[in-house]
Design a protein around this ligand. Structure first.
Ligand code: ADP
Length: 416
Protein backbone atom coordinates (compact mmCIF):
# COMPACT_ATOMS: atom_id res chain seq x y z
CA UNK A 1 0.00 0.00 0.00
CA UNK A 2 3.02 2.25 0.35
CA UNK A 3 2.89 2.87 -3.40
CA UNK A 4 -0.62 4.20 -3.12
CA UNK A 5 -4.16 3.15 -3.87
CA UNK A 6 -7.00 4.10 -6.19
CA UNK A 7 -10.59 4.46 -5.00
CA UNK A 8 -12.87 2.99 -7.67
CA UNK A 9 -16.46 4.21 -7.60
CA UNK A 10 -19.43 2.77 -9.50
CA UNK A 11 -22.41 4.98 -8.91
CA UNK A 12 -25.78 3.59 -9.96
CA UNK A 13 -29.26 5.06 -9.71
CA UNK A 14 -29.84 3.79 -6.17
CA UNK A 15 -26.46 2.39 -5.16
CA UNK A 16 -22.77 3.24 -4.92
CA UNK A 17 -20.28 0.37 -5.15
CA UNK A 18 -16.68 1.11 -4.28
CA UNK A 19 -13.33 -0.58 -3.96
CA UNK A 20 -10.00 0.69 -2.69
CA UNK A 21 -7.50 -0.99 -4.98
CA UNK A 22 -3.76 -1.49 -4.85
CA UNK A 23 -3.18 -1.03 -8.59
CA UNK A 24 0.28 -2.59 -8.57
CA UNK A 25 -0.36 -5.73 -6.52
CA UNK A 26 -3.92 -5.96 -7.80
CA UNK A 27 -5.37 -6.45 -4.32
CA UNK A 28 -8.69 -4.99 -3.13
CA UNK A 29 -7.69 -3.27 0.13
CA UNK A 30 -11.31 -2.56 1.03
CA UNK A 31 -14.65 -2.68 -0.71
CA UNK A 32 -18.29 -2.05 -0.11
CA UNK A 33 -21.67 -0.93 -1.32
CA UNK A 34 -24.32 1.57 -0.33
CA UNK A 35 -27.73 0.33 -1.38
CA UNK A 36 -31.30 1.58 -1.66
CA UNK A 37 -30.36 5.25 -1.76
CA UNK A 38 -33.46 7.42 -1.40
CA UNK A 39 -35.59 4.58 -0.04
CA UNK A 40 -36.92 4.12 3.48
CA UNK A 41 -34.40 1.43 4.38
CA UNK A 42 -30.88 1.93 3.11
CA UNK A 43 -27.77 -0.04 3.94
CA UNK A 44 -24.01 0.15 3.80
CA UNK A 45 -21.70 -2.85 3.77
CA UNK A 46 -17.96 -2.33 4.09
CA UNK A 47 -15.22 -4.96 4.11
CA UNK A 48 -11.60 -4.31 4.98
CA UNK A 49 -9.44 -7.37 5.63
CA UNK A 50 -11.27 -9.41 8.24
CA UNK A 51 -13.42 -6.48 9.33
CA UNK A 52 -16.94 -6.37 7.95
CA UNK A 53 -19.27 -3.53 8.84
CA UNK A 54 -22.98 -3.46 7.99
CA UNK A 55 -25.17 -0.49 8.74
CA UNK A 56 -28.89 -0.32 8.07
CA UNK A 57 -30.03 3.27 7.92
CA UNK A 58 -31.89 5.47 5.48
CA UNK A 59 -29.55 7.13 3.00
CA UNK A 60 -31.22 10.22 1.58
CA UNK A 61 -29.18 10.79 -1.56
CA UNK A 62 -25.83 10.13 -3.24
CA UNK A 63 -24.10 12.86 -1.21
CA UNK A 64 -25.23 11.19 2.01
CA UNK A 65 -24.12 7.83 0.59
CA UNK A 66 -20.65 9.08 -0.27
CA UNK A 67 -20.32 10.77 3.15
CA UNK A 68 -21.34 7.48 4.81
CA UNK A 69 -18.65 5.64 2.81
CA UNK A 70 -15.93 8.10 3.87
CA UNK A 71 -17.11 7.97 7.50
CA UNK A 72 -16.95 4.16 7.41
CA UNK A 73 -13.39 4.28 6.08
CA UNK A 74 -12.54 6.49 9.09
CA UNK A 75 -14.21 4.12 11.56
CA UNK A 76 -13.43 0.69 10.15
CA UNK A 77 -10.33 1.51 8.14
CA UNK A 78 -8.19 1.75 6.29
CA UNK A 79 -7.58 5.42 7.00
CA UNK A 80 -7.81 7.05 3.59
CA UNK A 81 -5.33 9.79 4.43
CA UNK A 82 -2.61 7.21 5.07
CA UNK A 83 -3.74 4.85 2.28
CA UNK A 84 -2.16 7.25 -0.23
CA UNK A 85 -5.18 7.65 -2.51
CA UNK A 86 -3.58 8.61 -5.82
CA UNK A 87 -6.81 8.91 -7.79
CA UNK A 88 -10.52 8.23 -7.80
CA UNK A 89 -11.61 6.15 -10.81
CA UNK A 90 -15.26 6.48 -11.78
CA UNK A 91 -16.99 3.89 -13.92
CA UNK A 92 -19.19 5.64 -16.49
CA UNK A 93 -21.53 3.58 -18.62
CA UNK A 94 -21.88 5.62 -21.81
CA UNK A 95 -19.10 7.62 -23.45
CA UNK A 96 -21.07 8.05 -26.70
CA UNK A 97 -19.01 8.93 -29.74
CA UNK A 98 -17.00 11.42 -27.67
CA UNK A 99 -14.81 9.36 -25.36
CA UNK A 100 -12.44 6.76 -26.77
CA UNK A 101 -10.17 6.72 -23.72
CA UNK A 102 -10.41 7.44 -20.00
CA UNK A 103 -10.36 11.15 -19.13
CA UNK A 104 -9.29 13.32 -16.25
CA UNK A 105 -12.42 14.90 -14.79
CA UNK A 106 -13.04 18.61 -15.06
CA UNK A 107 -16.27 20.59 -15.44
CA UNK A 108 -16.09 20.20 -19.21
CA UNK A 109 -15.89 16.41 -19.02
CA UNK A 110 -18.81 16.28 -16.60
CA UNK A 111 -20.87 18.44 -18.99
CA UNK A 112 -20.01 16.13 -21.89
CA UNK A 113 -21.07 13.04 -19.94
CA UNK A 114 -24.34 14.79 -19.11
CA UNK A 115 -24.85 15.65 -22.77
CA UNK A 116 -24.66 11.92 -23.62
CA UNK A 117 -27.39 11.14 -21.05
CA UNK A 118 -30.23 10.72 -23.57
CA UNK A 119 -28.38 7.58 -24.77
CA UNK A 120 -28.18 6.18 -21.23
CA UNK A 121 -30.97 7.86 -19.26
CA UNK A 122 -30.75 5.50 -16.29
CA UNK A 123 -27.00 5.28 -16.00
CA UNK A 124 -25.19 8.47 -16.98
CA UNK A 125 -27.14 10.86 -14.68
CA UNK A 126 -26.39 8.55 -11.73
CA UNK A 127 -22.72 8.39 -12.75
CA UNK A 128 -22.58 12.19 -12.95
CA UNK A 129 -24.16 12.57 -9.52
CA UNK A 130 -21.54 10.23 -8.09
CA UNK A 131 -18.70 12.14 -9.75
CA UNK A 132 -20.00 15.53 -8.50
CA UNK A 133 -20.36 14.33 -4.92
CA UNK A 134 -17.00 12.55 -4.88
CA UNK A 135 -15.22 15.61 -6.30
CA UNK A 136 -16.75 17.78 -3.57
CA UNK A 137 -15.80 15.39 -0.79
CA UNK A 138 -12.35 14.47 -2.15
CA UNK A 139 -11.28 17.72 -3.83
CA UNK A 140 -7.53 17.21 -3.59
CA UNK A 141 -7.38 13.92 -5.46
CA UNK A 142 -7.56 13.68 -9.27
CA UNK A 143 -10.74 12.06 -10.53
CA UNK A 144 -10.74 9.98 -13.70
CA UNK A 145 -13.67 8.62 -15.69
CA UNK A 146 -13.40 5.22 -17.36
CA UNK A 147 -16.07 4.40 -19.93
CA UNK A 148 -17.78 1.07 -20.53
CA UNK A 149 -18.00 1.94 -24.22
CA UNK A 150 -14.41 3.11 -24.82
CA UNK A 151 -12.92 -0.24 -25.89
CA UNK A 152 -15.51 -0.41 -28.68
CA UNK A 153 -15.07 3.17 -29.86
CA UNK A 154 -13.00 1.97 -32.80
CA UNK A 155 -15.36 -0.81 -33.97
CA UNK A 156 -15.29 -1.10 -37.77
CA UNK A 157 -18.16 0.92 -39.24
CA UNK A 158 -19.62 -2.23 -40.73
CA UNK A 159 -20.07 -3.52 -37.18
CA UNK A 160 -21.15 -0.28 -35.49
CA UNK A 161 -23.73 0.84 -38.09
CA UNK A 162 -27.44 0.00 -37.95
CA UNK A 163 -29.02 -0.26 -41.37
CA UNK A 164 -31.52 2.57 -40.87
CA UNK A 165 -31.87 5.99 -42.51
CA UNK A 166 -28.41 7.49 -42.13
CA UNK A 167 -29.66 11.04 -41.41
CA UNK A 168 -31.94 9.92 -38.60
CA UNK A 169 -29.13 7.75 -37.21
CA UNK A 170 -26.59 10.59 -37.28
CA UNK A 171 -28.90 13.18 -35.78
CA UNK A 172 -29.83 10.97 -32.85
CA UNK A 173 -26.58 9.10 -32.25
CA UNK A 174 -28.18 5.78 -33.23
CA UNK A 175 -25.30 3.35 -33.71
CA UNK A 176 -23.75 0.43 -31.88
CA UNK A 177 -21.48 1.50 -29.01
CA UNK A 178 -20.95 -1.72 -27.03
CA UNK A 179 -20.63 -2.04 -23.23
CA UNK A 180 -18.65 -4.04 -20.64
CA UNK A 181 -15.64 -2.67 -22.53
CA UNK A 182 -13.45 -2.47 -19.45
CA UNK A 183 -13.91 -6.19 -18.89
CA UNK A 184 -13.51 -7.23 -22.55
CA UNK A 185 -10.36 -5.10 -22.81
CA UNK A 186 -8.85 -6.38 -19.55
CA UNK A 187 -9.63 -10.04 -20.20
CA UNK A 188 -8.45 -10.06 -23.83
CA UNK A 189 -5.15 -8.41 -22.80
CA UNK A 190 -4.59 -10.65 -19.79
CA UNK A 191 -5.36 -13.85 -21.68
CA UNK A 192 -2.60 -13.09 -24.18
CA UNK A 193 -0.07 -12.90 -21.33
CA UNK A 194 -1.54 -16.01 -19.71
CA UNK A 195 -1.10 -17.97 -22.94
CA UNK A 196 2.39 -16.57 -23.47
CA UNK A 197 1.33 -14.82 -26.69
CA UNK A 198 1.59 -11.23 -27.92
CA UNK A 199 -1.81 -9.57 -27.82
CA UNK A 200 -1.12 -8.23 -31.35
CA UNK A 201 -1.00 -11.82 -32.62
CA UNK A 202 -4.07 -13.14 -30.86
CA UNK A 203 -7.67 -13.42 -32.07
CA UNK A 204 -10.04 -13.83 -29.16
CA UNK A 205 -13.73 -14.26 -28.47
CA UNK A 206 -14.64 -13.06 -24.98
CA UNK A 207 -17.93 -14.13 -23.38
CA UNK A 208 -18.65 -11.84 -20.42
CA UNK A 209 -21.52 -13.67 -18.74
CA UNK A 210 -22.76 -11.93 -15.61
CA UNK A 211 -26.27 -10.78 -14.83
CA UNK A 212 -25.72 -8.56 -17.86
CA UNK A 213 -23.98 -10.50 -20.64
CA UNK A 214 -22.05 -9.64 -23.78
CA UNK A 215 -19.72 -11.20 -26.31
CA UNK A 216 -16.86 -9.57 -28.18
CA UNK A 217 -14.53 -10.47 -31.02
CA UNK A 218 -11.05 -9.04 -30.56
CA UNK A 219 -8.43 -9.10 -33.32
CA UNK A 220 -4.87 -8.33 -32.27
CA UNK A 221 -6.04 -6.41 -29.18
CA UNK A 222 -8.67 -4.37 -31.04
CA UNK A 223 -12.38 -5.01 -30.70
CA UNK A 224 -13.98 -5.75 -34.08
CA UNK A 225 -17.46 -6.87 -32.93
CA UNK A 226 -19.57 -6.89 -29.80
CA UNK A 227 -23.08 -8.00 -28.97
CA UNK A 228 -24.42 -4.98 -27.06
CA UNK A 229 -25.51 -2.08 -29.20
CA UNK A 230 -26.75 1.47 -28.72
CA UNK A 231 -27.72 0.31 -25.24
CA UNK A 232 -26.89 -2.81 -23.18
CA UNK A 233 -30.20 -4.39 -24.27
CA UNK A 234 -28.99 -5.93 -27.53
CA UNK A 235 -27.33 -9.31 -27.93
CA UNK A 236 -27.20 -12.28 -25.58
CA UNK A 237 -30.01 -13.46 -23.33
CA UNK A 238 -29.29 -11.98 -19.88
CA UNK A 239 -30.57 -12.26 -16.33
CA UNK A 240 -33.46 -9.85 -16.87
CA UNK A 241 -32.88 -8.49 -20.42
CA UNK A 242 -34.22 -10.02 -23.61
CA UNK A 243 -31.15 -9.39 -25.77
CA UNK A 244 -31.86 -9.58 -29.52
CA UNK A 245 -35.50 -9.25 -30.46
CA UNK A 246 -37.39 -8.27 -33.62
CA UNK A 247 -37.89 -4.49 -33.17
CA UNK A 248 -41.42 -4.91 -34.51
CA UNK A 249 -42.32 -6.69 -31.26
CA UNK A 250 -42.23 -3.23 -29.69
CA UNK A 251 -44.70 -1.77 -32.21
CA UNK A 252 -46.92 -4.79 -31.76
CA UNK A 253 -46.97 -4.50 -27.97
CA UNK A 254 -47.63 -0.78 -28.10
CA UNK A 255 -50.46 -1.14 -30.61
CA UNK A 256 -52.07 -4.30 -29.27
CA UNK A 257 -51.11 -4.86 -25.62
CA UNK A 258 -51.76 -1.35 -24.35
CA UNK A 259 -48.20 -0.96 -23.18
CA UNK A 260 -46.47 2.42 -23.18
CA UNK A 261 -42.90 2.88 -24.43
CA UNK A 262 -41.76 3.08 -20.80
CA UNK A 263 -43.70 -0.08 -20.01
CA UNK A 264 -42.01 -1.94 -22.87
CA UNK A 265 -38.62 -0.56 -21.79
CA UNK A 266 -39.27 -2.01 -18.34
CA UNK A 267 -40.50 -5.30 -19.83
CA UNK A 268 -37.43 -5.85 -22.03
CA UNK A 269 -34.82 -4.61 -19.55
CA UNK A 270 -36.14 -5.87 -16.22
CA UNK A 271 -38.80 -8.53 -16.78
CA UNK A 272 -37.32 -10.53 -19.63
CA UNK A 273 -34.31 -12.81 -20.15
CA UNK A 274 -34.04 -15.75 -17.77
CA UNK A 275 -36.27 -13.96 -15.27
CA UNK A 276 -39.02 -13.45 -17.83
CA UNK A 277 -38.84 -17.02 -19.10
CA UNK A 278 -38.43 -18.88 -15.81
CA UNK A 279 -38.98 -16.39 -12.97
CA UNK A 280 -35.32 -16.80 -11.97
CA UNK A 281 -32.39 -14.71 -13.20
CA UNK A 282 -29.63 -16.44 -11.22
CA UNK A 283 -28.12 -19.45 -13.01
CA UNK A 284 -27.72 -21.30 -9.70
CA UNK A 285 -31.46 -21.07 -9.04
CA UNK A 286 -32.21 -21.90 -12.66
CA UNK A 287 -30.19 -25.14 -12.52
CA UNK A 288 -32.05 -26.11 -9.33
CA UNK A 289 -35.36 -25.59 -11.11
CA UNK A 290 -34.16 -27.63 -14.09
CA UNK A 291 -33.15 -30.43 -11.72
CA UNK A 292 -36.68 -30.36 -10.27
CA UNK A 293 -38.08 -30.88 -13.77
CA UNK A 294 -39.32 -27.31 -14.30
CA UNK A 295 -40.08 -27.06 -18.04
CA UNK A 296 -39.94 -23.23 -18.13
CA UNK A 297 -36.49 -23.28 -16.55
CA UNK A 298 -35.30 -25.88 -19.06
CA UNK A 299 -36.56 -23.77 -21.96
CA UNK A 300 -34.91 -20.65 -20.46
CA UNK A 301 -31.57 -22.45 -20.25
CA UNK A 302 -31.98 -23.76 -23.81
CA UNK A 303 -32.73 -20.27 -25.16
CA UNK A 304 -29.79 -18.80 -23.22
CA UNK A 305 -27.32 -21.37 -24.51
CA UNK A 306 -28.72 -21.37 -28.07
CA UNK A 307 -28.10 -17.60 -28.32
CA UNK A 308 -24.59 -17.95 -26.93
CA UNK A 309 -23.70 -20.65 -29.46
CA UNK A 310 -25.04 -18.52 -32.31
CA UNK A 311 -22.73 -15.71 -31.22
CA UNK A 312 -19.72 -18.00 -30.92
CA UNK A 313 -20.40 -19.22 -34.46
CA UNK A 314 -20.93 -15.70 -35.80
CA UNK A 315 -17.77 -14.34 -34.19
CA UNK A 316 -15.77 -17.30 -35.44
CA UNK A 317 -16.83 -16.18 -38.92
CA UNK A 318 -16.00 -12.53 -38.13
CA UNK A 319 -12.48 -13.41 -36.96
CA UNK A 320 -11.77 -16.23 -39.42
CA UNK A 321 -9.18 -17.70 -37.08
CA UNK A 322 -9.85 -17.89 -33.35
CA UNK A 323 -6.94 -18.51 -30.97
CA UNK A 324 -8.79 -18.20 -27.67
CA UNK A 325 -12.39 -18.50 -26.51
CA UNK A 326 -12.67 -16.94 -23.06
CA UNK A 327 -15.40 -17.26 -20.45
CA UNK A 328 -15.56 -14.60 -17.74
CA UNK A 329 -17.80 -12.89 -15.10
CA UNK A 330 -20.18 -14.58 -12.62
CA UNK A 331 -21.64 -17.21 -14.95
CA UNK A 332 -18.58 -17.61 -17.19
CA UNK A 333 -16.26 -18.21 -14.24
CA UNK A 334 -18.53 -20.36 -12.09
CA UNK A 335 -20.97 -22.27 -14.28
CA UNK A 336 -19.38 -25.36 -15.80
CA UNK A 337 -22.75 -26.50 -17.18
CA UNK A 338 -23.17 -23.35 -19.29
CA UNK A 339 -19.57 -23.65 -20.53
CA UNK A 340 -20.11 -27.29 -21.47
CA UNK A 341 -23.43 -26.67 -23.24
CA UNK A 342 -21.97 -23.69 -25.10
CA UNK A 343 -19.09 -25.71 -26.55
CA UNK A 344 -20.94 -29.00 -27.10
CA UNK A 345 -20.63 -30.16 -30.70
CA UNK A 346 -18.48 -27.21 -31.76
CA UNK A 347 -15.42 -29.40 -32.45
CA UNK A 348 -15.69 -28.79 -36.22
CA UNK A 349 -15.35 -25.05 -35.50
CA UNK A 350 -12.20 -25.67 -33.46
CA UNK A 351 -13.56 -25.74 -29.91
CA UNK A 352 -12.86 -28.92 -27.94
CA UNK A 353 -13.67 -28.61 -24.28
CA UNK A 354 -12.05 -31.02 -21.82
CA UNK A 355 -14.87 -32.09 -19.45
CA UNK A 356 -12.47 -32.87 -16.61
CA UNK A 357 -10.61 -29.55 -16.85
CA UNK A 358 -13.91 -27.70 -17.21
CA UNK A 359 -15.44 -29.10 -14.04
CA UNK A 360 -16.13 -26.72 -11.18
CA UNK A 361 -15.79 -23.01 -10.41
CA UNK A 362 -12.61 -21.26 -11.47
CA UNK A 363 -11.07 -18.64 -9.21
CA UNK A 364 -7.85 -18.60 -11.23
CA UNK A 365 -7.18 -18.39 -14.97
CA UNK A 366 -7.62 -21.94 -16.28
CA UNK A 367 -7.31 -23.65 -19.64
CA UNK A 368 -10.35 -25.91 -20.06
CA UNK A 369 -9.78 -27.26 -23.60
CA UNK A 370 -7.99 -30.36 -24.86
CA UNK A 371 -4.51 -29.96 -26.32
CA UNK A 372 -5.87 -30.76 -29.79
CA UNK A 373 -8.43 -27.95 -29.66
CA UNK A 374 -7.66 -25.39 -32.42
CA UNK A 375 -8.76 -22.56 -30.14
CA UNK A 376 -7.67 -22.62 -26.52
CA UNK A 377 -10.72 -22.35 -24.28
CA UNK A 378 -9.94 -20.37 -21.14
CA UNK A 379 -11.79 -19.30 -18.03
CA UNK A 380 -10.29 -15.96 -17.01
CA UNK A 381 -11.72 -14.10 -13.98
CA UNK A 382 -12.45 -10.49 -14.86
CA UNK A 383 -11.51 -7.63 -12.56
CA UNK A 384 -13.14 -4.43 -13.71
CA UNK A 385 -12.18 -2.52 -10.57
CA UNK A 386 -8.49 -3.29 -11.03
CA UNK A 387 -8.71 -2.36 -14.71
CA UNK A 388 -10.36 0.96 -13.81
CA UNK A 389 -7.78 1.62 -11.08
CA UNK A 390 -4.89 1.00 -13.45
CA UNK A 391 -6.37 3.19 -16.17
CA UNK A 392 -7.10 5.96 -13.67
CA UNK A 393 -3.52 5.86 -12.51
CA UNK A 394 -2.17 5.93 -16.07
CA UNK A 395 -4.21 9.05 -16.82
CA UNK A 396 -3.14 10.87 -13.67
CA UNK A 397 0.50 9.92 -14.21
CA UNK A 398 0.37 11.08 -17.83
CA UNK A 399 -1.01 14.39 -16.58
CA UNK A 400 1.78 14.66 -14.00
CA UNK A 401 -0.68 14.64 -11.12
CA UNK A 402 0.66 11.80 -9.00
CA UNK A 403 3.83 11.21 -7.14
CA UNK A 404 2.79 12.47 -3.74
CA UNK A 405 0.73 9.40 -2.88
CA UNK A 406 -1.39 11.43 -0.52
CA UNK A 407 -4.66 13.26 -0.56
CA UNK A 408 -2.67 16.45 -0.80
CA UNK A 409 -2.22 15.87 -4.54
CA UNK A 410 -3.26 18.92 -6.56
CA UNK A 411 -6.80 19.07 -7.86
CA UNK A 412 -7.37 18.17 -11.49
CA UNK A 413 -7.59 21.15 -13.80
CA UNK A 414 -7.45 19.73 -17.31
CA UNK A 415 -8.37 16.50 -19.06
CA UNK A 416 -6.44 14.07 -21.20
P1 ADP B 1 -23.05 -8.48 -12.58
O1 ADP B 1 -23.47 -8.48 -14.02
O2 ADP B 1 -24.14 -8.12 -11.65
O3 ADP B 1 -21.72 -7.81 -12.32
P2 ADP B 1 -21.70 -11.00 -11.98
O4 ADP B 1 -20.63 -11.00 -13.00
O5 ADP B 1 -21.32 -10.90 -10.56
O6 ADP B 1 -22.86 -9.99 -12.31
O7 ADP B 1 -22.56 -12.34 -12.19
C1 ADP B 1 -23.68 -12.59 -11.41
C2 ADP B 1 -24.33 -13.87 -11.91
O8 ADP B 1 -23.37 -14.93 -11.89
C3 ADP B 1 -25.46 -14.36 -11.06
O9 ADP B 1 -26.68 -13.77 -11.43
C4 ADP B 1 -25.47 -15.87 -11.35
O10 ADP B 1 -26.31 -16.14 -12.45
C5 ADP B 1 -24.05 -16.17 -11.74
N1 ADP B 1 -23.34 -16.97 -10.73
C6 ADP B 1 -22.69 -16.54 -9.65
N2 ADP B 1 -22.17 -17.59 -8.97
C7 ADP B 1 -22.49 -18.70 -9.65
C8 ADP B 1 -22.27 -20.10 -9.47
N3 ADP B 1 -21.57 -20.57 -8.44
N4 ADP B 1 -22.77 -20.94 -10.40
C9 ADP B 1 -23.47 -20.49 -11.46
N5 ADP B 1 -23.71 -19.16 -11.68
C10 ADP B 1 -23.24 -18.30 -10.80
Amino acid sequence: MSQGTVLVVNSGSSSIKYQLVDPVGGRAVASGVVERIGEETGSLTHTSGDTKVTRDEPIADHAAGMRAILATFEEAGPDLSSAGVLAVGHRVVHGGSVFSTPALVDDDVVAQIEAISPLAPLHNPANVTGIRVARELLPHVPHVVVFDTAFFHGLPEAASTYAIDRDVAREHGVRRYGFHGTSHHYVSQQVAGFLGRRVEDLNTIVLHLGNGASASAVRGGKAVETSMGMTPLEGLVMGTRSGDIDPAVIFHLQRNAGLSVDGIDDLLNRRSGLKGLAGENDLRGLHDLVAQGDADAQLALDVYVHRLRKYVGAYTAVLGRVDALVFTAGVGENDDIVRELTCAGLEPLGYELDPALNEGRKKQPTVVSRDVSRATIVVYPTNEELAIARQALEVTEAAGLTGEGSDEAPAATGHA
